[in-house]
Each structure stands twice: as C-alpha cells, then as structure tokens.
Design a protein around this ligand. Structure first.
Ligand code: FES
Length: 77
C-alpha cells in the first residue's frame, strides 16, 4: 500500500494515537529523521512496532514511520 492510500486521520502509532497527518506535519516542520520525529510526536517510543517493518515482524501495523520518512525524503531529496 502507498501512503496515499491512507487518510490523514489514520492512526500510525496506536500507543500514542498519533495520526498520519500529525506525522506529516512534523516531518514538514523539519523532523525528517526517525529520532527527531519520535522525539517530536512520541510516535514509536512505546512498543516500537510502528517504527519500521523490521521492528514489526508480525505486521501488526500497516504503515511505519520509516516508510513515511522515506516517502518524504525521496520527494525532497
Ligand atoms: S504503535 Fe507506535 S509505539 Fe506502539
């Protein structure tokens, strides 16, 4: 699935109820590394499953922070 297939209100991080829209806003505000994005939004800082596919072996989450970051960094790079 592509990022475009998810709505802005899709919950990327269930632990902290962080939406795709909030993640995108944070990336656009300059938090374009996993570390700064996690620090800014709290997403990915509890169970960590939403961080990346590698952290989510059982595919608990459909969209991961690293996937979103790669998408935007590719656009801007
Ligand atoms: S779903 Fe994001 S830290 Fe648990």
């Amino acid at each position: 699935m592509n990022i475009e297939d998810f709505g802005l209100d899709y919950i990327v991080c269930e632990c902290f109820d962080v939406t795709l829209g909030e993640i995108i806003d944070s990336i656009k505000a300059g938090n374009n590394t996993l570390e700064t994005l996690m620090y800014d939004t709290d997403a990915g800082t509890a169970c960590k499953l939403c961080q990346s596919k590698e952290m989510d072996e059982d595919k608990d989450r459909s969209l991961h922070l690293t996937t979103i970051l790669e998408h935007f960094n590719r656009q801007n790079g």
